[in-house]
Design a protein around this ligand. Sequence first.
Ligand SMILES: C[S@@+](CC[C@H](N)C(=O)[O-])C[C@H]1O[C@@H](n2cnc3c(N)ncnc32)[C@H](O)[C@@H]1O
Length: 392
Amino acid sequence: MSTARYLIGDVFDRLAGLPDDSVDLVLTSPPFLALRSYLPDDHPDKGKEIGQEPTPAEFLDTLLALTAVWGRVLASHGSIAVELGDSYSGINGGAGGTDPKNVGKGEGVNARRKGDGWPLDKSLCIIPELYAACLSYGRNVLTGEESPAGQWRVRNMVRWVRPNPPVSALGDKYRPATSVIVIATRSRDRWFDLDAVRGESPQNPDKVYKFSATNSGAQNPQTGWTSPGSRKANPGGAPPLDWWEVSPEAYKGSHYATWPRKLLTRPIESMCPSEVCRTCGEPRRRLVESCRVLSDGSTATTDFMGGSRDGGVNQKNAVIKNWHHTERNTLGWTDCGHDDYRPGVVLDPFAGSGTTLAVATGLGRDAIGIDIDERNADLAAERVGMFLDVES
Ligand SMILES: C[S@@+](CC[C@H](N)C(=O)[O-])C[C@H]1O[C@@H](n2cnc3c(N)ncnc32)[C@H](O)[C@@H]1O
């Protein structure tokens, strides 16, 4: 059964208590720069709130210091997925920022968005792209200083597209509707299960990838691999594109910036393994056979397509000519042999109302949330239920 912990306190303090290599996915939305303050003015930790840095360069320093700690707690096969919206420079530059939920709510922090270290007023600060560049190049690209997080591999910059953002003061610009999920890893060979998240092909519906998953939990006689019996069969389909259209979800609790749950299913299923060996740390990886189904219903494996089997060029050409669609069959899951697995762990270091924890536990993963605002733990408890362990 999945478990979730909610750690109340400053993100750096609470991360310091987490062991090395204990997390498989960091999935989070930090406060955006100079857009909103979450804590009441008299809160003892008010000065530690992130997003209140005086300049974009200092905000990047904070994000990179955090990324360095995420790198310590993250298993070598792990990934980070960090959602960032942008901010406009200048007092009246943008009326908030690019996250539509923040539009017009920048009051009280706008005064800081100008002067040395800021772009010209009315200009975007380009924070998501700058953060991704800092990870790729291993330095704060605004100051030139080496990053404490070192170099990362930026694997995607996914645009989260809100189809119907609220209308607000626009002036001479288009209506902001997107933010960016920066996805990065240190390893060349991270855990990534594309087959868990394939969907219908929008380009060519006739030639979709179809699955016939064999997830019975039984041993495959050919390979000896077993598949975890609890796993669902995959619906199959084409690989997702790097922009995701997801509507914000109504939330009645008292938190301003909740994520829609639908946004989180895909990153968790594709980037957080279900099972990780407690002994050697290896996550179980899906073993897939891909084969082409021909118009007459017969099949040819991709090995055959590569010409490695008998049959030669003529047969290969016949396969290409008669190809109807591609099937991908899950043969099983890798097994390191230690037979002692733990669920994958998702960490949200800015957990807010606990959306990540609720979705992760619903998908059979363990979850850890951190938030500086103790009031949010109650919201998370409502969403996650009795399995949430709150630690002050
Ligand atoms: C954008 S919200 C996250 C919302 C969350 N994704 C959800 O669905 O509810 C950012 C959160 O960061 C928290 N926060 C700000 N500074 C922090 C700090 N220094 N340490 C821990 N949490 C902090 C805020 O209290 C806020 O809940």
